[in-house]
Design a protein around this ligand. Structure first.
Ligand code: HEC
Length: 111
């Protein structure tokens, strides 16, 4: 059945639908439509946005650090101020959904 071939990716898209919406609205301009750090803004930035498809690097980064970085921005985790904070835009639940989505994008497991 042709539909079966779609079941995997389609289910993942559904599970992460909320986070994908947020990512496409707030993150792509820097982190890129391919989630690889090559957004339209990245070219002119002194510090390159994180490559969220980097399995090694993302695998070494704990969940609470990803959460903190998204919520409080780069400065909250001792990184570049060029990574904005989203705490006034997103609920903790939404930030958590993004962390889970980043695990999916980077093919890493929660840490
Ligand atoms: C204005 C550009 C910009 C936008 C928009 C942006 N980021 Fe970033 N982001 C950065 C940069 C630059 C870094 C790298 C900071 C560094 O390495 O010092 C970064 C790093 C990160 C990191 C890695 C933090 C770490 O400790 O390794 C995460 C996670 C992240 N961004 C998630 C997001 C998410 C999710 C969004 C959307 C809600 C987003 N970013 C929007 C620029 C941006």
């Amino acid at each position: 059945m042709a539909l079966l071939a779609l079941a995997g990716p389609a289910r993942a898209e559904e599970a992460h639908a909320k986070a994908i919406k947020l990512y496409n609205a707030y993150c792509v301009q820097c982190h890129g439509v391919n989630r690889d750090g090559n957004g339209v803004n990245a070219r002119d930035m002194a510090v390159k946005p994180r490559d969220h498809t980097d399995t090694k690097g993302m695998g070494d980064t704990p969940d609470d650090l990803l959460f903190k970085a998204i919520k409080g921005g780069g400065l909250a985790v001792g990184k570049s101020v060029l990574m904005p904070k989203w705490e006034s835009v997103m609920s903790d639940e939404e930030v958590g959904a993004l962390v889970a989505y980043l695990r999916f994008v980077s093919k890493t497991t929660p840490k």
